[in-house]
Write a protein that binds this ligand. Structure first.
Ligand SMILES: *[C@@H]1O[C@H](CO)[C@@H](O)[C@H](O)[C@H]1NC(C)=O
Length: 176
């Protein structure tokens, strides 16, 4: 899946770099077709509406509080949605206050090793785990946090990790 998206991004970028005076080869026409498909797919997906409360809570309280607002703890089912989630975090009070880690709505509480989205009951298919995660550290890590994690000991990368559900984290609710 990531490879497909990476390819589509390359296709989109390379298409946009094409000079209009070039004669269209068949390959170029195919590229343009794929680009417009990508564009219409992006238009068809409504922009998610996130709410990021400015306090921390354990994972269960986060679920409860989102529900209380008539929302749900965020479900990340695509690379695109994950990117908009991180953009929302970077635009939030929690980020201005030096934080980037948030609870998202997946856990393997019901079935160790098998992560599911709480709000939909669907298995986690798209995922973006950090290096060597999920590791169920000390056998107590069952809830998923997303944020900046160490990447190949060199830099930080926006990824997922499993964490003790009782830990306090900021969290992200979404409309659905
Ligand atoms: C902002 O960050 C400080 C330092 O980490 C923390 O003590 C404080 O609780 C944070 N404020 C809110 C509203 O979360």
């Amino acid at each position: 899946m990531q490879k497909v998206i990476a390819l589509l991004v390359i296709v989109a970028v390379s298409s946009s770099l094409q000079s209009p005076v070039e004669t269209e080869s068949q390959t170029e026409m195919q590229l343009e077709g794929q680009q417009s498909e990508l564009k219409s797919a992006a238009e068809a997906v409504p922009q998610p509406n996130f709410v990021i409360p400015f306090f921390t809570a354990n994972w269960h309280k986060s679920v409860e509080y989102c529900n209380y607002l008539g929302l749900r703890l965020v479900v990340i089912d695509s690379k695109e949605k994950e990117a908009s989630l991180y953009a929302a975090i970077m635009d939030s009070d929690i980020y201005s206050n030096g934080s980037n880690l948030v609870w998202v709505g997946a856990s393997d509480l019901a079935d160790e090793g098998s992560f599911h989205w709480h709000a939909t009951g669907k298995r986690v298919v798209y995922s973006n785990w950090a290096d060597r995660q999920p590791d169920n550290g000390e056998q107590i890590e069952h809830c998923v946090e997303a944020g900046l994690h160490e990447y190949h000991r060199l830099s930080m990368k926006w990824q997922w990790n499993d964490r003790d559900c009782k830990a306090n984290r900021y969290f992200v609710c979404e409309e659905y």
